[in-house]
Design a protein around this ligand. Structure first.
Ligand SMILES: CC(C)(COP(=O)(O)OP(=O)(O)OC[C@H]1O[C@@H](n2cnc3c(N)ncnc32)[C@H](O)[C@@H]1OP(=O)(O)O)[C@@H](O)C(=O)NCCC(=O)NCCS
Length: 251
């Protein structure tokens, strides 16, 4: 499923079972030495999947250690993203000369609990979801929207190095039978931001762009993926990039 959501410059793979071997790197082993076996297996599998993506791009195996901020550290010259949810692990990686960032996210294909929905959407987004549900009631639109925000965050954070709340971005979903596209853009004046210590921070003023992504629903999952085209993000070294920034979609 993940492959169809990403452009041809990306390597993207998924697994619906835990993978064993090759062994983790020492730094990775240390990172999960004290966690529950299920988390260790999830951590290891998604990294094996990611290393298979790196191999597709001709990048040698490397440790993919999770930083203190949660974001995985990718080998020099690459960008990528990991996701896992029950019964599903996926990774996507691209060369930095082809993309500035990648964000992928997988969620169970079920509506969000209403208290979560209220926390992660604006009134305008809830109106948008109601319109979508009237046309295609079988797609859990709220979950697609939530997943799109998480995918966006996985690009935002490595580029900007700071928090982005659910009310700091707005999603517009394009309907489709089992898959479609979406756009996410930063917005100012989130109600919750007003109450936070970083209330003065304006996500729009950062120049961080609106990004388009793709979503798919099926096999009990909602999966979203965003690729930030090369040259699109602020605050990243431009050295070694191609001039075009053009992405070709796989389909
Ligand atoms: C970080 C977050 C997006 C992860 O999503 P999730 O659905 O909980 O979990 P997933 O399985 O999809 O993704 C987990 C992977 O995300 C990656 N990740 C974690 N923190 C990250 C960060 N700050 N930046 C980029 N990637 C991150 C890691 O690779 C992690 O896997 P690992 O622990 O095995 O290394 C989520 O927990 C979170 O904190 N969300 C709140 C922020 C947000 O989404 N704001 C919306 C702004 S519009």
């Amino acid at each position: 499923m993940i492959r169809t959501l990403l452009p041809a410059c990306a390597a993207a793979l998924e697994s619906t079972c835990e993978l064993t071997g090759p062994a983790l790197f020492e730094a990775e082993r240390r990172q999960v030495a004290d966690v529950l076996p299920a988390r260790r297996a999830e951590y290891a599998t998604v990294r094996r999947v990611a290393r298979a993506c790196l191999a597709e791009l001709g990048v040698p195996p490397a440790a993919l250690v999770r930083g203190a901020d949660g974001a995985p550290r990718w080998p020099a010259g690459t960008v990528g993203s990991l996701t896992h949810c029950r019964g599903y692990r996926a990774a996507a990686v691209a060369r930095s000369r082809d993309a500035d960032g990648m964000g992928i996210d997988a969620e169970p294909c079920a509506p969000l609990p209403s208290r979560v929905l209220a926390r992660v959407t604006s009134a305008a987004e809830r109106a948008h979801l109601a319109e979508l549900a009237a046309g295609r009631p079988h797609v859990p639109w709220c979950r697609v929207l939530f997943s799109a925000k998480e995918a966006y965050y996985k690009i935002w954070y490595p580029a900007m190095g700071c928090w982005l709340g659910f009310d700091d971005a707005e999603v517009v979903l394009q309907p489709g039978p089992g898959q479609g596209t979406f756009a996410v853009r930063p917005v100012a004046g989130g109600v919750r931001r007003a109450r936070r210590a970083d209330a003065g921070f304006d996500p729009v003023a950062t120049g961080f762009p609106a990004l388009r992504g793709r979503w798919a629903a099926g096999a009990g999952l909602v999966v979203t993926a965003i690729t930030a085209p090369e040259g699109s993000l602020p605050r990243r070294a431009q050295a070694g990039r191609t001039a075009t920034g053009t992405l070709r979609w796989a389909q």
